[in-house]
Design a protein around this ligand. Structure first.
Ligand SMILES: Cc1cc2nc3c(=O)[nH]c(=O)nc-3n(C[C@H](O)[C@H](O)[C@H](O)COP(=O)(O)OP(=O)(O)OC[C@H]3O[C@@H](n4cnc5c(N)ncnc54)[C@H](O)[C@@H]3O)c2cc1C
Length: 465
């Protein structure tokens, strides 16, 4: 059977930090890119109502585990970067190097495209200040965190990062998508990719649903970047049945305290923090939008606190959870916290309570658990090699799902760096192929198991529009 032809050099599925970076870098290098994005591309408004359908629709972007733990992601252009807090943690370079992946150069390079900076003191609101001062007073190694924020556009008295920054101060992956489109990329929104079309163990295209119809799109390179939950679902339907198991999701809790005279409750979240690396616990200040706090309080029946917003200092505790669980075929998440995970959350809570008490807080209580970084579902060294290639030629994965092991810190900087590295690899491989060698003569060091068998769907007529 002949491979269908296409107008595109590559198809990128999903526009979170991973996919957006790949689309931007490919298009900057003259490649024609088709971007397929399941969500909308409506403008950011920085409001609860706009965020609701992107991030809080049960079964779509919030799914509950059996322990009633919500796992949150955003389905929209820009992916979860539209609701993230914009904190830029350094990548786990040593962990990745041990899997044959060196992104140290790319992690530095990205600072010329993306703001990575600590907030100046005048942007530290009362919440972060109180957290930092109290923690330092107790001898904790508390510091300002690097942020993906343009300080000149940012407002100190604001806590709206998770609603999509209304001031254009927070970097999000839409910026790279917009750049890709200026460079000639085509994006189709509301395109729900179902599977990859595979022919003779080579990926040739994707099948997606759009406007209640099924379409096929074809390109010589396919990059799946639908996130830690989206990507394994697509890959499983494409013949990679081991995708979507034994993953992490970085569970977290909030601990709140009331500090008289603290202020409006508005400050940029995650401006400062403490990392207990050995314990796998991270802790930051976390002023959040009013409606979010209300929802989290009502979830644990803290009715009085739900309607009290000012003078509150929330502290977030996020942990490095043990690998486990399964992304179910319907997109729900089956994963239970282990005893170790619960112990870590409790230990972090004790630290937070100490810091709150030392800051003069009363009425201290803890939220229910949430998880926001599903990843490790298509691991480097298992389902993809160190060049992020799957067992199928021309099929790559570039998002949080490729993280090879649990790490416990927010991954956006790592994902941008991985995207840049992948595109360098694709361009170099193309150059090498032109010169007569091929990608196959330079196998990647870490290989996935050969146990999986291809289940190649028959390509149908091209219906791309
Ligand atoms: C509340 C919150 C706060 C966070 N704060 C931080 C932070 O401060 N710092 C940090 O580094 N990280 C933070 N994160 C995590 C970070 O946002 C994510 O880890 C990151 O966005 C993951 O990027 P990704 O490319 O893997 O996928 P995603 O961002 O999940 O993007 C996946 C994309 O694929 C699309 N998609 C899904 N399925 C399909 C399909 N079938 N077909 C087509 N498209 C599809 C989605 O719509 C989306 O656009 C936060 C996350 C949340 C939820």
């Amino acid at each position: 059977m002949q491979t269908p032809t296409s107008d595109f050099d590559a198809i990128v599925v999903g526009t979170g930090p991973g996919g957006a970076t790949v689309a931007r870098e490919l298009s900057r290098n003259g490649k024609k890119v088709l971007i397929l994005e399941r969500g909308d591309n409506d403008p950011e408004k920085g409001t609860f109502l706009k965020t609701l359908p992107r991030a809080f629709v049960p079964g779509k972007n919030v799914v509950l585990t059996r322990q009633a733990l919500p796992v949150v992601r955003a389905i929209t252009t820009g992916g979860s970067s539209m609701i993230y807090c914009g904190t830029a943690f350094d990548p786990p370079l040593d962990i990745l190097k041990s899997y044959g992946v060196d992104i140290s150069r790319e992690s530095e390079e990205l600072t010329s495209d993306v703001p990575v900076t600590k907030l100046p003191d005048e942007l530290l609101g009362p919440g972060p200040r109180a957290f930092l001062e109290s923690a330092m007073d107790l001898g904790y190694d508390a510091r300002k965190q690097n942020k993906f924020i343009y300080p000149s556009r940012c407002k100190a008295d604001c806590q709206l990062c998770m609603y999509g920054c209304p001031y254009g101060a927070k970097w999000d992956a839409r910026r790279f998508v917009a750049e890709a489109m200026v460079n000639g990329a085509l994006m189709i929104n509301f395109a729900n990719v179902e599977k990859v079309l595979v022919e003779n163990k080579k990926a040739v295209g994707v099948q997606y649903r759009h406007d209640k119809e099924t379409f096929h799109a074809y390109a010589p390179k396919i990059i799946i970047a639908a996130g830690g939950i989206g990507s394994p679902l697509i890959l499983r339907k494409s013949g990679m049945r081991s995708a979507g198991f034994d993953f992490f999701f970085d569970p977290l809790v909030f601990v709140y305290g009331k500090i008289k005279g603290l202020g409006s409750g508005k400050s940029i979240p995650m401006s400062t923090g403490i990392h207990f690396e050995e314990d796998g616990i991270m802790m930051t200040d976390f002023n959040m939008p009013r409606m979010l706090k209300l929802g989290l309080d009502l979830e644990i029946l803290k009715v009085k606190q739900a309607f009290s917003y000012s003078d509150t200092l929330p502290i977030m505790i996020k942990i490095r959870d043990e690998l486990g669980g399964e992304v179910a075929n319907n997109g729900w998440v089956k994963k239970s916290l282990t005893k170790e995970d619960v112990k870590k959350l409790d230990k972090g809570t004790e630290h937070a309570k100490r810091i709150l008490k030392n800051a003069g807080a009363t009425d201290i209580y803890r939220s229910w658990r949430v998880a926001a970084h599903p990843g490790g579902t298509v691991k480097i060294g298992e389902q993809v090699d160190s060049n992020l290639k799957t067992k199928f030629d021309n099929l790559y994965v570039c998002d949080c799902s490729v993280m090879p092991q649990e790490w416990g810190l927010p991954p956006t900087r790592t994902l941008i760096a991985l995207g840049k590295r992948l595109v360098k690899h694709l361009l170099a491989a193309e150059e090498a192929a032109k010169k007569g060698s091929s990608e196959k003569t330079d196998p990647a060091p870490a290989l996935m198991p050969a146990a999986e068998t291809a289940e190649a769907p028959a390509p149908r007529t091209e219906m791309l529009h």
